[in-house]
Design a binder for this molecule. Structure first.
Ligand code: PLP
Length: 433
C-alpha cells in the first residue's frame, strides 16, 4: 500500500482494545519475586498495598488482556492514539539511506508515556473502592501522571517527591498541585520512616528508595489508600504495550517493518511498552529485529549483574530477578533523572539474558545526548524530555552507521515525553543563557 504522508494517525476505532502480555511467549518462565531469608514476608503484604486487578495481571498467563471500554474512552480523552512520524527532515539532515520513524508519546497531557499506566491504575482504584492513591516520584513525571489519573477518576493523590529534585522542579510541582494532589518533599515529617531522617536533617536530599518507603507506609496506614508504581513491574509494562501495538498497526499502514527499535530505559516501562509487541513477533514468528535500550552511565543497569535484588533502598519490596547495579549504589545526578534507577524490569532483564536486547550507555555529562536532541528539535520541531533525548541519540548514531555502510535499514524510536518542564536541564547541559 504505502502512503504519501509522513505520518500515520489512527482513528479512535483503530486504537487497540487489548494489551499484550508477553509472559506466555517468553523463551522461559519468568523467575518469580522472592522473599529475603530474614525479616517479615514482603510478598504477603502485597495484596494489602497494591491494586487487586494489577496484582492479578502481574502473574497472568493470558496473552491478551482487555482494556475496559470506559478506560479506552479515558485514553481518547488523553489524546490516544498517538501519531507515528517518519523523520523525513532528520533523515535529510543526516544524509542517511536509513528510514527513521518515531512514536509521539510527547503528546501526553502531563509530558510522558506514564499516563498510559497511571490512567489504568486510577481506573482500577476507583472500581475497587479506594479513595486515594499514594506514590513516590523521582524525576516528577510519574507523580504528575498519577495526579492527573487521580483527578480524572475523582480520587485524591499523595506524592512523595525526592527532595533534591522537588526543590528545583518548581513548575512541575505546581502542575501536580493544579491536578489537586498533595506533594511532600521526601524525606517528610508525614511518615514514621520519613520522620527519622527528616528530624535529623530537614534538608535531607532524599532518594527514590526513601520515597518508595514513605509511599508504602502512607498506603499501609490508610485502608482507603492504595500504593501505585510507575515502572519495572509486569503489569506496568503491559499497560504500556498500547504504544507498541499502535506502532505495529501504523507500520502496516506505512507498508513497512522495523529492522532496529530503540528507546531509553530507566526501569523499562517505555522501552517495554514500545518493543514488546515486536519482541512477540521475534519470539513466535521468527522475525529479526535489533532492540537497543539507551541508558546513562549514571545507571547502566543492563550492564550490571543478573540476580535477585530489592527494588528499593530500604529493602521493603520483595526481591526481583533483574539486571541490577545494586539497590544501594550511589548514582550521579543527571538531568535525565528518570533513567537513574538501579534495576531493570524482570521481563526486559530475562530478554537481555537470552540475548534479545542490546544496550548502550552515554556519558554522565549528557552533552553528547543533548546535542543530538538539538538536531532533532531543529529538524523535527519537537522538544523531547531529557530521557527521550537518549533514545534520539541512539537513533541518530544508528542512522549514521547506516550511512557509513550504505544500508537502507528501517529505524524506529520512541520519544517517551516532552521537555517543556525541563528546559532548565537543556540550559545547564548546553550552556544556554
Ligand atoms: C520515567 C520516564 C522514563 C524512564 O522510565 P522507564 O520506566 O524506563 O520508561 C523515560 N522517559 C520519560 C519521559 C519518563 O518520564
Amino acid at each position: 500500500m504505502g502512503t504519501k504522508f509522513n505520518q500515520v494517525i489512527l482513528t479512535q476505532n483503530e486504537m487497540p482494545e487489548r494489551w499484550y502480555n508477553i509472559l506466555p511467549d517468553l523463551p522461559e518462565p519468568l523467575p518469580p519475586p522472592k522473599d529475603p531469608e530474614e525479616g517479615e514476608s514482603r510478598i504477603k503484604v502485597l495484596p494489602e498495598i497494591l491494586l487487586g486487578e494489577c496484582l492479578k495481571q502481574e502473574f497472568s498467563e493470558e496473552r491478551w488482556i482487555d482494556i475496559p471500554e470506559e478506560l479506552q474512552k479515558i485514553y481518547f480523552q488523553a489524546g490516544r492514539p498517538r501519531p507515528l512520524y517518519r523523520a523525513i527532515n532528520l533523515e535529510k539532515k543526516l544524509d542517511t539511506p536509513a528510514r527513521l520513524y518515531y512514536k509521539s508519546e510527547f503528546y501526553s497531557p502531563t509530558g510522558s508515556h506514564k499516563v498510559n499506566t497511571a490512567l489504568a491504575q486510577a481506573f482500577y482504584a476507583k472500581k475497587e473502592g479506594y479513595e486515594r492513591l499514594a506514590t513516590e516520584t523521582g524525576a516528577g513525571q510519574w507523580g504528575t501522571a498519577l495526579a492527573y489519573g487521580a483527578a480524572l477518576a475523582g480520587l485524591k493523590c499523595t506524592v512523595f517527591w525526592v527532595r533534591a529534585v522537588h526543590n528545583w522542579k518548581h513548575d512541575r510541582r505546581n502542575l501536580i498541585e493544579l491536578f489537586g494532589a498533595e506533594v511532600y518533599a521526601s524525606p517528610s515529617n508525614r511518615t514514621e520512616f520519613g520522620k527519622t531522617l527528616y528530624e535529623k536533617d530537614p534538608d535531607h536530599p532524599g532518594s527514590l528508595g526513601i520515597a518508595i518507603s514513605e509511599g508504602i507506609e502512607e498506603a499501609k496506614k490508610d485502608p482507603k489508600a492504595v500504593y501505585c508504581l510507575g515502572s519495572v513491574l509486569n503489569h506496568v509494562l503491559m499497560h504500556q504495550t498500547i504504544i507498541g501495538l499502535e506502532t505495529k498497526l501504523q507500520f502496516e499502514k506505512f507498508d513497512c517493518y522495523p529492522d532496529i527499535m530503540i528507546s531509553c530505559l530507566g526501569g523499562g516501562s517505555n522501552f517495554g511498552g514500545f518493543v514488546l509487541p515486536f519482541v512477540g513477533d521475534v519470539l513466535t514468528q521468527g522475525k529479526k529485529i535489533k532492540f537497543i535500550a539507551a541508558q546513562s552511565k549514571a545507571a547502566p543497569n543492563l550492564q550490571g549483574e543478573y540476580r535477585y535484588d530489592f527494588a528499593d533502598h530500604a529493602e521493603q519490596t520483595p526481591l526481583l530477578k533483574m539486571y541490577t547495579i545494586g539497590h544501594q549504589t550511589q548514582m550521579v545526578p543527571i538531568m535525565g533523572d528518570g533513567l537513574r534507577y538501579h534495576g531493570c524490569s524482570p521481563i526486559i532483564s530475562l530478554l537481555r539474558d537470552k540475548g534479545y536486547i542490546d544496550t548502550i550507555a552515554y556519558p554522565e555529562d549528557e552533552k553528547y545526548v543533548f546535542e543530538k536532541a538539538k538536531i532533532f528539535i531543529q529538524t523535527e520541531g519537537y522538544l523531547p524530555a531529557p530521557e527521550s533525548a537518549y533514545s534520539i541519540a541512539t537513533a541518530i548514531d544508528e542512522a549514521i552507521k547506516c550511512k557509513e555502510k550504505g544500508e537502507k535499514r528501517v529505524i524506529a524510536f520512541n520519544v517517551s515525553g516532552h521537555g517543556f518542564l525541563d528546559i532548565y536541564g537543556y540550559r545547564e547541559v548546553l550552556g544556554l543563557k
